[in-house]
Design a protein around this ligand. Structure first.
Ligand code: DGY
Length: 326
């Protein structure tokens, strides 16, 4: 018993992961709905061999100091890892795991749902009906742009961006993409996707969907200036990370008709404060960071995060390790 690795798991995840961890480790599981407060988190990770974190836990030098010298792995229950100082982990020889691949289609489904719902004004329509305002069929009631046949601009053409492109193909859309560089033709040709500089992509797209990692380069990639390049009829969808969009600039753009609507799965901060200007805007649809939230996908993420954690505490290579910075 004494030899079992000690791990801290910072929230209840599906059993697909917890059972495997329980079999092998002495697991300290944070069972409350809200994340552990910082001081509690730092206390709980002290002396652990491994930690399974969520995107709500900041893993930095302070965290790693608190965990101490025994720590052998940080396994993040997410594909994104902007909550983790990967360089700080690398300096201490601690591998970081994430959960790529398994959530690609589920996330693309939600991006598509936001795109459709924001375009066709589903939340507004639902509120209209429930408020008792539906008196008759109206020729001008709740008009919104067609999705089929429109042009979509995908910013970040990785796994999830490509999965969104696949959905766009089904709607007969023209597909534009932007990434740090033009991708090989064998990646883009199946989608008939055309590379464009960001400014041109934003100017030509009826729908813009964001699929970039959060980094110092992508923070506020969508700001007052880049929003001004978009069409006044355009819809912006963000399922990446909240800080990729300058939220004040977005609220101004939505209020002043610079763009037409937005669908957000992520905000800055999360949760979005109820007095944030976006909350009061009818043309802004916001859901609480649920892009990967299907039981099947969350189960696969749990199994993957557990596999990374267990490999790490055994000193084996992680099945899916975040590449340490060069
Ligand atoms: C991720 O995995 O990074 C998502 O934001 C949550 O599933």
């Amino acid at each position: 018993m004494a030899d079992r690795p000690r791990v801290f798991v910072s929230r209840v995840i599906p059993d697909d992961g917890l059972e495997a961890i329980r079999e092998v480790c002495e697991m300290d599981l944070w069972e409350r709905d809200l994340p552990p407060p910082r001081d509690e988190l730092l206390r709980r990770v002290a002396g652990c061999d491994g930690v399974l974190t969520l995107l709500t836990d900041r893993v930095d030098d302070e965290f790693l100091d608190a965990a101490g010298k025994k720590l052998r792995v940080v396994s993040n229950y997410a594909v994104g890892f902007d909550n983790i100082d990967v360089a700080a982990c690398a300096r201490r020889g601690i591998p970081v795991g994430n959960t790529p691949g398994v959530l690609t289609d589920t996330t693309a489904d939600l991006a598509w749902a936001l795109l459709m719902a924001a375009a066709r004004r589903l939340p507004e329509g639902d509120r209209y009906v429930r408020a008792g305002n539906w008196k008759t069929w109206g020729p001008l009631l709740l008009l919104g742009p067609d999705v089929h046949g429109a042009t979509i601009g995908i910013v970040g053409f990785g796994r999830i961006g490509q999965a969104v492109a696949r959905r766009a193909q089904g709607f007969g859309m023209e597909i534009l993409y932007h990434d740090v560089q033009e991708l090989p033709r064998d990646v883009t040709e199946p989608f008939g996707a055309t590379f464009l500089p960001l400014e041109d992509l934003l100017a030509r797209s009826d729908f813009v969907s964001l699929h970039v990692n959060l980094s110092e380069v992508t923070r506020h990639l969508i700001n007052a200036e880049t929003l001004s390049w978009m069409k006044p009829t355009a819809v912006l969808v963000n399922t990446s990370r909240g800080p990729v969009v300058d939220q004040r600039a977005l609220a101004d753009a939505l209020r002043n008709g610079v763009i037409w609507a937005a669908g957000l799965d992520v905000t800055d901060p999360e949760p979005i404060p109820m007095d944030d200007p976006l909350v009061g805007l009818d043309n802004c649809l916001i859901v609480p960071h649920i892009a990967s939230a299907s039981p099947a996908t969350r189960g696969k993420m749990a199994a993957m995060a557990a596999a990374n954690l267990l490999a790490g505490v055994r000193g084996e290579p992680l099945p899916t390790q975040v590449p340490p910075p060069a």
